[in-house]
Design a protein around this ligand. Sequence first.
Ligand SMILES: Nc1ncnc2c1ncn2[C@@H]1O[C@H](COP(=O)(O)OP(=O)(O)OP(=O)(O)O)[C@@H](O)[C@H]1O
Length: 592
Amino acid sequence: VEDEVKRSLVDFLAKLSKDGVNSGALLGWNSSSDPCKDRWKGVTCDARNTTVGKLFLDNLGLVGELDIGLLCNVELLADSLTVLHLENNNISGGISSEIAYCKQLTRVHLNGNKLYGSLPASLSMLNNLKILDVSNNKFFSTLPDLSRISGLTVFLAQNNAISGEIPRFDFSNLKQFDVSNNNLSGAVPDVLGHFTTASFLGNPELCGDPLPNKCPSSPQAENIVDNSKSSSKDQIIMFVGYLVLGLVFVFLIIFILCKRIRRKKKIVDSLPQKAEATEDGDNSMYKSSTYESLEYKAGFSKSENSALVSSSLVVLTSPEVNGLRFEDLLKAPAEMLGRGNNGSVYKVVLENRMTLVVKRIKNWEIASHEINQRMRRLDQVKHPNVLPALAFYSSKEEKLLVYEYQQNGSLFKLLHGTHAAETFDWASRLGVAATLAEALAFMHQELQDDWIAHGNFKSSNIFLNKNMEPCISEYGLGTVTTPASSSEAFKDDVHGFGVILLELLTGNLVRHNGVDLTDWVHSVVREEWTGEVFDKALRSEYASEERMVSLLQVALKCVNPSPEARPAMNQVVVMINKIKEEEERSAISYEP
Ligand SMILES: Nc1ncnc2c1ncn2[C@@H]1O[C@H](COP(=O)(O)OP(=O)(O)OP(=O)(O)O)[C@@H](O)[C@H]1O
């Protein structure tokens, strides 16, 4: 490490003493040694020990003035420093605008000090910043506009004295945001439902959703109503203008309503007797005045329709749908749930209250007779954690699959939804991983010789059943039909399983801000900072960190870029069960 870097680090720490003693001496920082080779405490270097990457100086009781300039004005250090941790000390002073020169910073943790002044606008130049924690300090003045930093996922500034309005933030990307207990004022921006009252409380002059107090009507609007100075002529013109606009609007609504009622009447007339039979099931769609049939929703044309005759729907062996006819499906009220890569998905409520999901597959490049064969084979292989197809239809023009509707949603939603993660603890996540591994291994073993892999194994295809157990859906909808390509497809499933493990461990999306989850985890682990990958919601469960690391290792084996190097699913089961046993043993030994 260059002398200039050493000197600036020593000078930086010289301004921060511990119990009146130069903390440099305590941590072994002196210009005559090397921060990397001589392992200065709190310093992490690159793999070749030539540049300083991270400073961890948390909880050291450091007292003195923060001088960011000493770090960021030295080009060699500014170009390599990615992490600055100074949490929970007694440091005072402010953040100087020179912080912008430390362009590589990704994490800045300054919480729990006595820092004051304003947060400099130059923070917005830190393009790589992911986490900025300045909470529990004495910062005042206004918040800087950080909306340009697209990768910012955590912004914490609670418990300061910051004033002014909340500037723009990219709330769609932020995972944590807290500005509670400050002096902020004005309206809370649209947080897209990502954050609750807790993030904004304790700012008496802040108003609007999600806070309970509404904002007063805007001064502009008040002006229009109250402005006694505006001439009466202007007022008359404005009044007439509003009146005309209002009338046009009312006519437009009446016109649209009439059109809708006429259209709905046509559909209702074509439906069989219904709502009475659906007393306590999911009959909301029947009762709703806006439902439309699957036939209408999916837009089956008349010519196609005549080909869709009841005898052509193949009902598989599940007793729940015995005697289901195609007409029943087509006439049942339907709601589109989404459009995936392979086609559209509809929720359909039958007359007998059963709620089904109909998946309409586009461009499934498999011959109809092969689909027939495959679905019948899949029907013979039952596992409690695999959702079976209940029925299917396959013609040249249309391919439909019918599943039972799962009202508890997907694993994807559980992990990444608004109220995600907090209640999804480590033991449950490990349980989900073990159950899925066993179910997938079972299916692989049974269907190896039929060359039927899952084909699209991902968290949005895993659902939680009535008992909140994970169930694999859409097994066997891939396009593989040869033994050679099937072995690759089985390995793709293992990769998909590895990615699900990474989602369970990190709580992150498969692709976030253009960064692939697997690449990100690899890069963090390579830098020997494995603890950072785990979901914040799991970090309180320190006792289990060893098992989390073990599960991470299993995940990394599964996502190995080379398919041959990935383990088979039955090997994965053995590895995960071992981790589960260790977890159970440690849980017992922790019991009082
Ligand atoms: N059996 C089911 N029960 C409840 N919801 C379902 C069921 N199957 C699918 N869905 C929901 O329907 C929507 C669309 O499903 P789809 O499978 O097309 O999406 P996807 O998994 O993102 O894409 P694809 O599987 O085509 O790659 C999703 O919101 C999904 O949660």
